[in-house]
Design a protein. Structure first.
Length: 451
């Protein structure tokens, strides 16, 4: 079987559009499931599952159950990465879709503290852990299906489509919670909050229908043909690619921390600390999520021109510079400035870093261990960054007497460390080769670049 990634005539090439779009739609559904929990943790779960705690401690406890999902993600990356490298990308995507959707529906059916006491929180933690495992395995498969089907020179763009699904999932989750939050408070806290979770059953059916149509990754089929499969891919990742593993973990942690501070912690900070109406923050979050869906493919396309590493590092620089004005605009309590701060944070700063990651991280590992490599590294970064960020930010806010100065320092420091880690990744050789393609001295220059 001939497998081409360039401008050849292989039938496989025509599948890259289906792979990219299906990855985007399917991952949007899984992000919806993941984000609806985060939004509910910030606004609702502290009162339903931890009613005996003071407001700030209740939010902290709710964020702790939220963090459990991130703890499950590395295990999911390890397990599903292993079978994704051994059995195939497509089967793992279908399995993780089910393991994400079913627990979401069950959360919607879960009794609260009023009915069964702290057993309610235990059930919440268990279902959240399963969600985390599913998301940990899903991301790697989705981006690899998009990147490995895509033609050369366009992998950044097609790989950014499942990344853009973050905006779709966040927007759907925010809209769903925003609609039910319009209910009278008694109705919201008795039954209204369950509706967004139960609605996941419809999205689950849609996601399955779309993903089952996508052919297997051509890179994985080539690995099978060449009999390159290894017994335990994760062991080879740790033994032979420790530099790649560590550099991705450190580099990605900053972006991940920023996103969950901007989308989840900010929701709790503005409503409980600043007294801003939750509908106002949810609306800004929805607008920011909509901008993600435009900015991410745009940044993915630009990364094919300037290089994925260059784009990622530029985004980290923007992040370091934006921390201070972000909190300054929030603390003004001015509706326009608060809206602008959140939309820029979620819809502009985040996609610059997020869009190029699929291709940037995928090329750090060979195809036969790629699913394991990117899943393990990215999900470990998720624990350090996204999972702990709302907890750390809430604690720093408490230490700072309600002022976010320490949170700004925390984010900016992570951005600087991430820039240093990214410098250890290989340069964007592909883009350099494209630029020197017509240069008579191109062969000599390419030889110097590869030394």
């Amino acid at each position: 079987m001939q497998i081409l990634h360039g401008n050849g005539s292989s039938p496989r090439q025509s599948s890259h559009r289906l792979a990219g779009i299906s990855s985007m739609v399917g991952t949007t559904i899984e992000w919806y499931d993941f984000f609806i929990y985060g939004a509910a943790a910030a606004l609702i779960f502290n009162k339903l599952f931890f009613p005996n705690l003071d407001p700030l401690t209740g939010v902290l406890a709710a964020f702790a159950t939220y963090a459990v999902g991130f703890i499950g993600r590395p295990l999911g990356g390890l397990v599903f990465g292993h079978f994704g490298d051994k059995i195939g990308r497509k089967s793992m995507l279908l399995l993780t879709l089910m393991l994400m959707g079913i627990p979401t529906v069950l959360i919607g059916l879960l009794p609260t503290y009023e009915s069964i006491g702290y057993w309610a929180a235990i059930g919440l933690v268990m279902l959240r852990f399963i969600q985390g495992m599913a998301m940990g395995g899903e991301w790697g498969g989705a981006v690899l299906m998009a990147v490995e089907h895509a033609p050369e020179g366009k992998k950044g763009f097609w790989g950014s489509l499942p990344q853009a699904s973050t905006g779709g999932g966040l927007m759907l989750a925010s809209i769903a919670l925003g609609l039910v939050s319009l209910l009278p408070e008694q109705a919201l806290f008795s039954w209204g909050w369950r509706i967004p979770f139960l609605a996941s059953i419809i999205l689950l059916a849609v996601g399955w229908y779309i993903r089952v149509k996508v052919p297997e990754s051509p890179d994985f089929e080539k690995v099978k043909q060449q009999a390159k499969a290894v017994k335990v891919p994760a062991l080879q990742v740790f033994r032979q690619h420790p530099k790649q593993l560590i550099s991705i973990i450190v580099a990605r942690a900053a972006e991940n921390a920023w996103f969950y501070i901007a989308s989840t912690f900010t929701l709790a900070y503005t409503t409980t600390q600043l007294g801003i109406a939750r509908q106002q923050i949810l609306f800004a979050t929805i607008c920011g999520a909509a901008v993600i869906m435009v900015m991410t493919p745009l940044c993915g396309h630009l990364s094919d021109k300037v290089g994925q590493r260059n784009m990622f590092m530029f985004g980290l620089c923007v992040l370091a510079l934006y921390c201070y004005p972000f909190f300054g605009m929030l603390n003004s309590k001015d509706p326009v400035l608060v809206w602008t701060a959140i939309v820029l944070a979620i819809g502009v700063v985040f996609p610059i870093m997020y869009a190029p990651q699929a291709q940037l991280f995928a090329r750090q590992f060979p195809a036969h261990i790629r699913y394991s490599g990117i899943s393990i590294s990215v999900q470990l970064a998720g624990v350090i960054g996204g999972g702990l960020a709302p907890l750390i930010a809430t604690k720093l806010l408490s230490i700072g007497g309600g002022k976010p100065d320490l949170i700004m320092l925390y984010i900016a420091s992570m951005a600087v460390v991430a820039i240093i880690a990214t410098l250890f990744m290989p340069r964007d050789y592909h883009q350099q080769e494209l630029r020197i393609g017509n240069n008579p001295q191109g062969v000599k220059l390419k030889a110097r670049m590869t030394k």
